[in-house]
Write a protein that binds this ligand. Structure first.
Ligand SMILES: [Zn+2]
Length: 324
């Protein structure tokens, strides 16, 4: 009887569930839009329904599921199953594991979503077999996962890897965390788009994105990457600037950590890697100490969002000793 882990990526607007194991990878996925009011604990039921839907759609018995792994965008405590804070989910000091186990007897384990992706990258992506790796996701914000000696480094109380909130320039824009001038306030997709929109609106710059800006349409990674492919000057300018900053911050971190590999992922990189990766590598080289910088490979993830879903497999093994 084939055994599986259910990994669930908990998003602000949707829940993505996947049936995974190490032999077959991602066997099936299901999406569930959550009309859950922010901050209200309607989440456990939505998560339980996601698991049930995966079972029903794939003719699988509950006994074939060995654990449920939750990827949470925020601060979490894996050993206790408590979400410290997940701003996009509106959850704070919330015992998600305990609440979910009111619906199911299956073991539940939680992890920060980028740490989960880092585990996926380490076991199933380009970092396979590597020991010291940094995984960085550039999207709405910038998240990081650190792998030291082949396992996730979580720090003194599980908050390690908050690369997005390194202060890049204290005179910079206010960040979502409340501080000023964080790395992600300069180089996330949200920040790139903010600068592009401002440039078009304030400076009346001509751009292929002007239509979207005028109509108030949100500029997502795909549209941004199309503008880059077409050589749009405004998009090229601000994305290049962000790439320069990303390369610099990664070089600073690598000068400290002497890594084997840095893997970049997330919406912005997935859509725009052809344009972005050479610029990030160039800046990385510029700010790296020669002997440290030449040793590390800076690559984009081949798995994209699938990395976090597959990350449930090594996570279940690490915390529950379950191998599927
Ligand atoms: Zn911040």
């Amino acid at each position: 009887m084939t055994e599986y882990i259910v990994t669930i990526d908990m998003g602000g607007t949707k829940i993505l569930g996947a049936l995974v194991n190490s032999k077959d990878g991602i066997v099936a996925t299901t999406k569930k839009s959550t009309k859950v009011t922010k901050g209200k604990p309607g989440y456990p039921l939505a998560l339980h329904e996601t698991v049930q839907k995966l079972l029903a759609e794939n003719n699988i018995k509950e006994s074939q599921i060995k654990a449920i792994c939750l990827g949470v965008p925020g601060f979490v405590d894996p050993p206790t199953g408590v979400i410290g804070m997940a701003p996009n989910l509106g959850l704070k000091n919330y015992h998600i594991k305990k609440e979910l186990q009111k619906y199911t007897k299956l073991p539940v384990i939680i992890e920060n979503d980028v740490n989960l992706a880092a585990l996926g990258v380490l076991h199933f992506d380009k970092a396979k077999g590597k020991k010291n790796v940094l995984v960085v996701y550039v999207g709405t914000g910038i998240g990081g996962g650190l792998i030291f000696n082949g396992s996730v480094y979580r720090g003194a109380n599980n908050f390690a890897g908050e690369i997005g909130h390194i202060t890049y320039d204290p005179s910079g824009p206010v960040c979502g965390c409340g501080k000023k001038g964080c790395f992600e306030a300069f180089a996330s997709r949200t920040s790139m788009v903010r600068d592009i929109v401002n440039d078009i609106k304030k400076n009346k710059k001509r751009s292929l994105l002007a239509k979207q800006v005028k109509a108030g349409i949100q500029i997502k990674s795909k549209i941004l990457s199309q503008a880059l492919d077409a050589g749009d000057k405004v998009a090229v300018k601000h994305v290049s600037n962000a790439c320069h900053i990303i390369g610099k911050v990664l070089a600073d971190l690598n000068n400290l950590l002497n890594l084997e590999m840095i893997v970049l992922g997330g919406g912005a990189i997935e859509a725009g890697h052809k344009f972005m990766m050479p610029l990030i590598r160039q800046s990385f080289k510029e700010y790296s100490l020669p002997f440290v910088g030449s040793h590390v490979k800076v690559v984009n993830s081949a798995l994209g969002d699938d990395a976090a879903l597959l990350g449930g497999i090594p996570l279940a093994q690490e915390f529950l000793g379950i191998k599927v």
